[in-house]
Write a protein that binds this ligand. Structure first.
Ligand SMILES: NC(=O)c1ccc[n+]([C@@H]2O[C@H](COP(=O)([O-])OP(=O)(O)OC[C@H]3O[C@@H](n4cnc5c(N)ncnc54)[C@H](O)[C@@H]3O)[C@@H](O)[C@H]2O)c1
Length: 351
C-alpha cells in the first residue's frame, strides 16, 4: 500500500458507521462477504509472513475488551473490540469494534474504520470460508442457534459461499428469532423458525452456534450431533465462555484459526493443551486435509483472529476511491518543521 501523500500528512481517511452501511449497499451484502472471504483467503495463504500473537484481552466480571494486532511487514493493523453479553439487556450491543491500518515504514495511520458491522461481515466470511472447505458436499440446510447481531450475516454468507438454501433458526428469546426471520425474508433463502434447538438442528448438515453468554454454556449436547455434520461454533470465544459439550469435541475433526489463541479462548479450552487441531490456513494452502470422509463430524472452532480484521480493513481501503464513502480526519499533527510541534501550537494561539 502506498505511503502517505506529501502535503496531506495530517489527514487520515475515516469510515464511519454511516459510510460502512453505504459501502455495503453499494457493493451488496453477499458480494461483499464473498469478496471479503477472498481477501481473507489471500492473507491466510501468506500466513507465515504475518506477525501473530493471541489477542490482548482485558477481562472484567461483565465482559472483555481486546486489542488484535498483526502486520505483514509493510502494513500494520489492529482492532479494538469488546464482548459484553449482558449489554443487550441494557439496550447496548454485545460486540462493538473499530480498527486502524498503518504504514509500517513511517508508522503513519492510513485508515480508521468502524468495525462493528465489518466484524459481523468478516466473521461470516471466515465461517463460510471454513464451511466451504469442511461442510459435507451438497449441504443445503443450516441451523443457527442464537439469532442476535451476527445471525443474518452468517445466513447470507453460507448462502453465498456454500449454497445453503434453508436456515432453521432458534434463539432462547423468541423475539430475536422473529427479528432474524423478518430480516431474512425476501433474501432468497428459506427460513424456518423453531421453538427449540433440538428442532432447529433437524436435517441440518451445518449447525452454527452464535449465542452470547459469559459462562460454560451447553448449546449443543453430544446426542444432538450426528455423523457428517459440520459445526460452525463462533460464540465460545473467551476463557470460561463455551457453547459445546466436551464430548462433541472428542468426536470431531477440529479446525481453528490460530491455535495458540484458540486454546485460550475457543471450545478447545476444554481439552488438553496439546490436543491435535488443524489451522484453517493449512487446509487452504493444501498442507493439511479438510473433511476426510462423509461421516466425519467437522468443527470450526472460530474465535476471530487479527489477520481476518487486517484483511477486512485492507478490503475497505481498496473500496474507498471507488465508493467515495469516507471523510478525511485531521488526525495527525503536521508542523512544517517536524521538530517544531510547540511552535505549531503557539501559531495556532496567535491566529
Ligand atoms: N468468532 C468470532 O469471530 C466472533 C465474532 C463476533 C461475535 N462473536 C461471538 O458470537 C456471539 C454472538 O454475537 P452477537 O453479536 O450475535 O451477540 P448478541 O448478543 O447480539 O446475540 C446473541 C444471541 O444469543 C441468544 N442466546 C443466548 N443464550 C442462548 C441459548 N442458550 N440458546 C439460544 N440462544 C441463546 C441471545 O438471546 C441473543 O439473541 C457472542 O458470544 C460473540 O462474542 C464471535
Amino acid at each position: 500500500m502506498s505511503a502517505p501523500e506529501k502535503g496531506l500528512l495530517n489527514l487520515v481517511p475515516f469510515v464511519s458507521v454511516d459510510h460502512m452501511m453505504r459501502i455495503v449497499w453499494a457493493i451488496g451484502v453477499e458480494r461483499m462477504i464473498t469478496e471479503l472471504a477472498a481477501y481473507i483467503e489471500e492473507d491466510f495463504l501468506r500466513w507465515e509472513l504475518f506477525d501473530k500473537t493471541p489477542r490482548i484481552a482485558a477481562h472484567s466480571a461483565e465482559g472483555v475488551i481486546e486489542l488484535m494486532p498483526t502486520s505483514d511487514g509493510a502494513t500494520y493493523g489492529f482492532k479494538y473490540v469488546n464482548g459484553h453479553p449482558k449489554n443487550v439487556s441494557e439496550g447496548l450491543q454485545t460486540v462493538t469494534a473499530f480498527g486502524v491500518l498503518s504504514h509500517v515504514d513511517s508508522g503513519y495511520p492510513m485508515l480508521i474504520s468502524e468495525m462493528t458491522i465489518l466484524t459481523a461481515l468478516r466473521t461470516a466470511a471466515t465461517s463460510a470460508l471454513a464451511g466451504k472447505l469442511l461442510a459435507p458436499r451438497g449441504a443445503e440446510t443450516m441451523a443457527i442457534i442464537g439469532a442476535g447481531a451476527q445471525c443474518e450475516f452468517q445466513a447470507l454468507a453460507f448462502k453465498a459461499l456454500c449454497g445453503i438454501e434453508t436456515v432453521r433458526l432458534y434463539d432462547i428469546d423468541p423475539a430475536a428469532t422473529q427479528k432474524a426471520a423478518r430480516n431474512l425474508s425476501g433474501q432468497g433463502i428459506g427460513i424456518v423458525s423453531c421453538p427449540t434447538s433440538q428442532e432447529a438442528i433437524l436435517g441440518a448438515e451445518i449447525v452454527t452456534t452464535c449465542t452470547a453468554d459469559k459462562r460454560r454454556a451447553t448449546i449443543l449436547t453430544d446426542n444432538m450431533i450426528g455423523a457428517g455434520v459440520h459445526i460452525n461454533a463462533i460464540g465460545g470465544d473467551s476463557p470460561g465462555k463455551t457453547e459445546l459439550h466436551r464430548d462433541i469435541l472428542l468426536r470431531s475433526g477440529i479446525f481453528v484459526e490460530y491455535a495458540p489463541q484458540t486454546r485460550i479462548e475457543g471450545e478447545i479450552q476444554q481439552l488438553d493443551p496439546d490436543y491435535p487441531v488443524t489451522e484453517l490456513w493449512q487446509v487452504i494452502a493444501g498442507k493439511a486435509s479438510g473433511r476426510r470422509n462423509e461421516r466425519e463430524i467437522t468443527l470450526f472452532d472460530g474465535v476471530g483472529f487479527a489477520i481476518e480484521d487486517f484483511s477486512a480493513l485492507r478490503y475497505i481501503r481498496d473500496q474507498l476511491l471507488g465508493t467515495g464513502h469516507f471523510v478525511n480526519l485531521d488526525l495527525l499533527a503536521d508542523p512544517d518543521d517536524p521538530r517544531d510541534l510547540f511552535g505549531m501550537l503557539l501559531r495556532a494561539r496567535d491566529q
